[in-house]
Write a protein that binds this ligand. Structure first.
Ligand code: GLN
Length: 289
């Protein structure tokens, strides 16, 4: 954060102010918050200790580290990718450019899953593994399988499970293509942004998150078509599906699962917007016939 006038700029306050100014200029929405987070990261401090433990002056190495972090954020890279982790539900998850950044609204799905009775769970398109690992951490007796079409994402998910001490299986699959067996619960936060909506996303999402995790390159509903079509064949009798949806997709996705034979509810997130489809499939017709 060298100042053009060559002033003595190594002080903590001057460095922080310069970082806020740079991020503000770059159009970052909450520049003061992000500057503090990255300052804390540069100093290896928890952000809650920044006001207490920060040194009066930064060493040249700390200044260089901060400058690099601020430059990345000014390019609009998401904070989670810069610091490599994101808090979700009760844990911190390692996040990379190969994985969707876990979002708070997805906790609605976790909450809904924990109201149901299940001892096996399949997470389609697991990404960081945030949903699956959060669920299995709450139900240590249960078993779970996470799939992804991206090997790089699977590596991140496996690492997260190991680091958090959660036992889960992971395998490469294209929705149900590559999945064998039946599960009491199927969960997914699939790519649901229509290709036509991609241009309107913030640069953080559009330029840095993996497009294959965001959009189906179509109308935003194709993953739900695949999941609805294959669900009954991969559920135990009376099994359920929980999928995250875009807030305007409630009706369309509810219809897809109703047409597949399920009874369906639409659940809101904490902002009151449609966010999760809960679909219950009846007893396996082969077994009850
Ligand atoms: N909720 C994400 C967003 O709006 C999209 C995630 C997804 O497509 N599953 O950026």
């Amino acid at each position: 954060m060298t100042q053009p006038n060559g002033a003595d700029d190594g002080g903590f306050r001057a460095q922080l102010a310069a970082a806020v100014a740079r991020l503000t200029q770059a159009g970052v929405a909450d520049a003061p918050r992000d500057a503090r987070l990255l300052m804390a990261h540069a100093l290896d401090l928890p952000v809650t200790r920044l006001g207490i433990d920060a040194p009066a002056r930064l060493t040249p190495a700390q200044q260089a580290r901060l400058a690099e972090l601020i430059a990345r954020r000014a390019s609009r890279q998401p904070i989670s990718q810069i610091i490599g982790r994101r808090a979700f539900w009760k844990h911190d998850f390692h996040v990379t450019p190969d994985t969707l950044d876990p979002r708070p609204e997805t906790e609605t799905l976790v909450q809904a899953a924990l109201r149901l009775d299940w001892s096996s769970v399949l997470d389609l398109g697991t990404g960081t593994g945030a949903i699956l690992i959060s669920l299995l951490a709450e139900r240590p007796q249960a078993g779970g399988l996470g799939t992804d079409i991206s090997d790089a994402a699977l590596a991140v998910a496996r690492g997260n499970a190991a680091r958090l001490g959660v036992k889960a299986d992971f395998t490469r699959a294209d929705w149900f293509d590559g999945v064998t067996g039946r599960f009491d619960l199927i969960v997914s936060n699939p790519p649901y942004i229509a290709l036509s909506e991609m241009a309107a996303l913030s640069p953080e999402v559009r330029e840095f998150e993996p497009h294959g995790a965001l959009t189906d390159f179509g109308d935003g509903l194709s993953a739900y078509r695949r999941i609805a079509a294959g669900a009954a064949r991969h559920l135990t009798p009376n099994g359920a599906v929980l999928v995250e949806i875009g807030w305007q997709q409630g009706q369309a996705v509810a219809r897809l699962f109703a047409e597949a034979g399920a009874s369906v509810r639409v659940l809101p997130d904490l902002d009151g917007r449609d966010r999760v489809i809960e679909a219950h499939f009846g007893p396996d017709p082969v077994k009850t016939a």
